[in-house]
Design a protein around this ligand. Structure first.
Ligand code: GLV
Length: 316
């Protein structure tokens, strides 16, 4: 029997408990709570695996027999809010078929939206205007994905059969059929120069913080659009708003923000060229992500290393 601690302050644990026990009925599934009356941690020495989202700093370090920490999100930047993450315990990123599928759906939906200028039509519809633009040719549309990890590479591969010219940029060269690969700091500007619809799916690390700023936005061709479904910290908001106001950037779809929920008075809410979605591009689904945790726990219990561990040096 394995003992698992679930720690996602503010989230509802029941769907996770149900999903976990359905797949690993003999597990001891405990829910951490800040409220001592509700906390199920028990003896910290019992806990072998932790499933976490924004864990409370210091708690993981107090678990002496912890074998692995599972992130409940594809992004693992939330883990570094804990300055006392225990050394030597593998951090495991979530790779979940529903998370990947949901993100690719979001990217395809908004890529097609910007390609076909559906935002312009929505404005005309609101004014009862019957007006048409010349139809764009997907074969001439250059889409660029910043970040070719699990999510970025899936979205890129799904855009290829739709006939877009797809390129991606990552820290290291990636080999994805039909996708032009750019890599490393030297190839960032050439990648942006050719990109008309830019999708950000990078991990948030000290190297990628603020990567979408006045210089990189200026490197995009005039009329380019942005889709950010990674983290708000990738974008310098004032630079993006200035680039939209100047007409250099035509429109942006933003799912993630520096502060979430996005404050009521933030200019993004009411900007006619900005679409805000509430960090819903892809959500963690209990039954499918539990398949990933259970698979990894079974591997580790059989003496094998977990899959998709995070490099603490690069932070992804
Ligand atoms: C959500 O933002 C995630 O990291 O999966």
């Amino acid at each position: 029997m394995v003992t698992v601690l679930y720690m996602a302050p503010g989230d509802k644990p029941d769907p996770w408990r149900d999903a976990f026990l359905a797949q690993m009925p003999d597990a001891d599934f405990r829910v951490w709570s800040d409220d001592p009356a509700k906390d199920e941690t028990g003896d910290p020495a019992d806990i072998q695996y932790a499933i976490v989202w924004k864990p409370k700093p210091g708690v993981l370090k107090s678990l002496p027999n912890l074998k692995a920490i599972f992130s409940m999100g594809a992004g693992v930047d939330h883990l570094w809010n804990d300055p006392e993450l225990p050394d030597g315990v593998p951090l495991v990123r979530l790779v979940d078929r529903c998370l990947t599928q949901g993100m690719s759906e979001y990217v395809l939906y908004w890529t097609i939206h910007h390609h076909r200028k559906m935002g312009v039509y929505a404005g005309w519809t609101a004014e009862h205007r019957w007006k048409r633009l010349r139809q764009a040719d997907a074969e001439q549309r250059r889409v660029g994905i910043l970040g070719l990890g699990e999510l970025g590479s899936d979205a890129a591969q799904k855009l290829v059969p739709l006939h877009y010219q797809v390129a991606g940029w990552a820290r290291t060269k990636k080999d994805i059929p039909g996708v032009e690969s750019f890599h490393g700091p030297d190839q960032l500007i050439p990648f942006l120069n050719r990109t008309e619809i830019l999708v950000c799916l990078l991990p948030l690390t000290p190297d990628t913080q603020g990567i979408i700023n006045k210089d990189t936005l200026a490197a995009l061709p005039k009329g380019a659009c942005l889709i950010n479904c990674a983290r708000g910290g990738h974008v310098v908001d004032d630079d993006l708003i200035a680039a939209i106001e100047s007409g250099h950037i035509e429109a942006a779809t933003l799912d993630v923000f520096h502060t979430e929920p996005l404050p009521d008075d933030h200019p993004y809410w009411s900007h006619p060229k900005v679409t805000v979605t509430p960090h819903m591009a892809s959500l963690t689904v209990p039954h499918s992500s539990t398949e990933w945790y259970v698979k990894n726990i079974q591997r580790m219990e059989a003496g094998e290393p977990p899959l998709n561990t995070v490099d603490r040096g690069t932070r992804y």
